[in-house]
Design a protein around this ligand. Structure first.
Ligand code: SF4
Length: 450
């Protein structure tokens, strides 16, 4: 869909696809009902989330049908860099997909050999190039275009101007990440885990050593330098700390003039902040990209629903009325309430500090209580994940676009056979009553934490 900005006729805004992660059917359902245009999912562990609940070819068939029913798209992720020994089973999986008749809307690959296997078994398949392939320039895009690739997922390390320039050449579609975790390595090409514990990130087995706490110690353990530390930039511009690996308040060597910060347990030296681009979404859309990708195939259905809902509304608001794009308060509240590290806009606009050295993770603000599975005579039937009582206020994340999350206390809980209950308990279906707002299939009821 094309929207022309009436106040700035030089800018033609192409509405990009909103692409969400699907680690499971539940995540895909959550993504689609809350507004994703497409999902990406791993098949058989041949992707960079080998420990995610990847799909078998049979399960992929179910996912494909779920997407097709709603006019949505599914991309199959096969972006590992396989060893020689893995080729035959990888080839077998691709052949199985081809034989199943449920062809994904595209395969996502990074290795030229995997590209060849896909094209040999599925000659008509669309192929997208993973960010792992590290395509940073137009020559590389032209090469892959000549091979038959139709879209490139650009590296997170590029800035907005570079993305705009590459997209404007029209060589192929471009896709960029808009939300989720980042790597400190180049486009996920990382050997940290391989060195630390023999787990290989490029085979989907990242053990995340970059998220651990580290202490800086002298090379020579016989040298006693108890007050070692290093300077880090604070969250406010110009703010600098001396991150001391000793107890807080210790007098650290050489940097007495700077404020001290540290727990004495080490710091998260390599810990990247998480990407969040809701503030700069207009610039990203104006850069001409075709797809906005949300990271997180290990994330829960609730996480996926929440991020998709926020970006769906933001994207729709911006493309409908570019002059009046404004980040709504509830978008920020919703994204802040998710399990995440400190947010950054990454490399897009030149933000200097992309590292969070004093904390690795923030607490989530919500816990999923239940999801609406059906509506019977106007009453929602919910699948309960965490127990709640009739008098407990719940927060509703609605599938209805532009309806902000709202709080409500249900007055009545009953079993499917009509028996009233004080409490809804996990892994069962219950009928609820008393919500003034109409609930819809896919709505999520959350308990506020803290
Ligand atoms: S260890 Fe960290 S930097 Fe390396 S691949 Fe894993 S998440 Fe990325």
């Amino acid at each position: 869909m094309l929207t022309v900005n009436p106040h700035a006729p030089m800018i033609t805004i192409k509405k990009p696809e909103l692409l969400a992660p699907a680690g499971s059917i539940a995540c895909a359902e959550a993504a689609f009902t809350h507004g994703a245009d497409a999902v990406y999912a791993g098949i058989g562990g041949f992707n960079l989330r080998a420990h995610s609940p990847n799909f078998t070819v049979e399960e992929f068939d179910e996912l494909f049908r779920l997407a097709s029913g709603g006019g949505k798209r599914v991309y199959a992720v096969l972006n590992i860099m396989p060893s020689e020994e893995m080729l035959s089973s990888l080839s077998g999986t691709i052949k199985q997909i081809a034989d199943s008749g449920c062809m994904p809307h595209a395969f996502i690959i990074s290795d030229p050999g995997v590209f060849l296997l896909v094209k040999t078994n599925c000659p008509d398949a669309q192929v997208h190039l993973s960010t792992q392939a590290g395509v940073f320039n137009s020559a590389s895009m032209r090469f892959w275009k000549s091979q038959g690739v139709s879209r490139v997922i650009l590296p997170r390390e590029l800035n907005l101007e570079q993305i705009r320039n590459l997209s404007s050449l029209g060589i192929m579609e471009t896709e960029v990440f808009v939300h989720g975790a980042m790597c400190v390595s180049v486009s996920g090409r990382c050997l940290l885990g391989t060195y630390f514990n023999g787990r290989h990130p490029n085979l989907g087995d990242c053990s995340q050593p970059c998220r651990l706490q580290y202490r800086i110690t002298p090379d020579d353990p016989t040298i006693n330098l108890p007050h070692e530390g290093f300077i880090v930039e604070g969250p406010t511009e110009g703010e600098r700390f001396f991150a001391c690996t000793e107890e807080p308040g210790a007098k650290c060597k050489g940097e007495e003039s700077l404020a001290l910060k540290g727990s004495g347990e080490g710091v998260y030296l390599l810990n990247s902040k998480d990407l969040c681009t809701i503030q700069i979404l207009p610039q990203i859309v104006e850069s001409g990209v075709s797809s906005l990708k949300i990271e997180g195939r290990n994330k829960s259905a609730h996480y996926v629903a929440s991020v998709v809902k926020v970006y769906r509304e933001a994207l729709d608001m911006y493309t409908a009325d570019p002059q009046n794009y404004k980040v709504r308060d509830w978008w920020t509240r919703e994204l802040e309430a998710l399990d995440h590290r400190t947010y950054t806009t990454g490399f897009y606009i030149g933000e200097p500090v992309k590292q969070e050295v004093f904390a690795s993770k923030a607490q989530a603000g919500f816990r999923l209580a239940a999801t609406v599975k059906a509506v019977l005579n106007g009453r929602p039937v919910v699948d309960v994940k965490n127990s709640f009582t009739a008098s407990e206020p719940l927060n509703v994340l609605s599938v209805k676009n532009s309806l902000a999350p709202f709080e409500f206390t249900f007055s009545h809980i009953e079993e499917l056979d009509g028996q009233a209950r004080e409490k809804a308990v996990p892994n069962r279906l219950f009928i609820l009553e008393g919500c003034s707002e109409k609930l819809r299939v896919g709505d999520m009821l959350r308990k506020r934490l803290g």
